[in-house]
Design a protein around this ligand. Structure first.
Ligand code: CDP
Length: 226
């Protein structure tokens, strides 16, 4: 049976990761979290203490870094040059710097090339900011996920608290809005809804409802193709 390429884009904490992971599980597809890849490069930039405005050095580092995503139990793990960085890439320092590092074309060129390579086998669910617009404009199904900022703050606060962090809701809201603003206004592949993407507002949806929405769209396409 033909396998699909599914693209899920949207702003920070809109529900992409949870949805992409479960949709991939239900369809037996591979989940590719492209945000985690940008976070991994950012982590290496911080570890190497490369000045954040040294675009050339950051580009070279991205080119020389090996990133691997691996399925593990119900989730996935990310390795940088063989080291498991699944937890480290979620640190506040990475979150604060990731949008800047992601805005550099040299970094995007490297990661987009890798993302396209991973999607060649099809049967993939990619989530990010530019999947439907730039990385895979020919994806079979494109979802643009949004949610009200208050709900997004609530969700991200819960995630961070579960991971043991104490967070202030107002500061978190500012951080989320600032990251969205930066991601949507940069020159290189800004966060944007592809004209042929289906917008899904998850503000009042349960996880099951949002997963079912995407899975049923995918099944409809598969039926048409069979
Ligand atoms: O999960 P969360 O919404 O916090 O963000 P993420 O998906 O982990 O992405 C972190 C950052 O990486 C984003 O704010 C973007 O700056 C960047 N990113 C990007 O530029 N392009 C992508 N395809 C994915 C992420």
């Amino acid at each position: 049976m033909r396998k699909l390429i599914i693209a899920i884009d949207g702003p920070a904490a809109s529900g992409k990761s949870t949805t992409a992971k479960l949709v991939a599980q239900r369809l037996g597809y591979l989940h590719i979290d492209t945000g985690a890849m940008y976070r991994a490069v950012t982590l290496r930039v911080l570890e190497e203490k490369i000045p954040l405005d040294d675009v050339q050095k950051i580009g070279e580092l991205a080119e020389g870094t090996q990133i691997r995503l691996e399925r593990s139990g119900s989730g996935s793990r990310i390795y940088v040059d063989g080291r498991d960085v699944t937890t480290d890439i979620r640190s506040p320092s990475v979150t604060n710097c990731v949008s800047l590092v992601s805005s550099y074309r040299l970094v995007r060129d490297v990661l987009v090339r890798e993302q396209r390579r991973m999607a060649e086998r099809r049967g993939v669910v990619l989530e990010g900011r530019d999947i439907g617009t730039v990385v895979l404009p020919n994806a079979d199904l494109k979802i643009y996920m949004v949610a009200h900022v208050t709900e997004r703050v609530k969700r991200r606060k819960r995630d961070l608290e579960l991971a043991g962090s104490v967070v202030d809701s107002e500061a978190l809201e500012q951080q989320i809005l600032e990251r969205d603003r930066f991601d949507s206004t940069r020159d290189a592949s800004p966060l944007r809804k592809a004209p042929d993407a289906i917008e899904l507002d998850t503000t009042d949806l349960t996880i099951e409802q949002q997963v079912q929405f995407v899975v049923s769209r995918a099944q409809k396409i598969l039926k048409r193709l069979s």
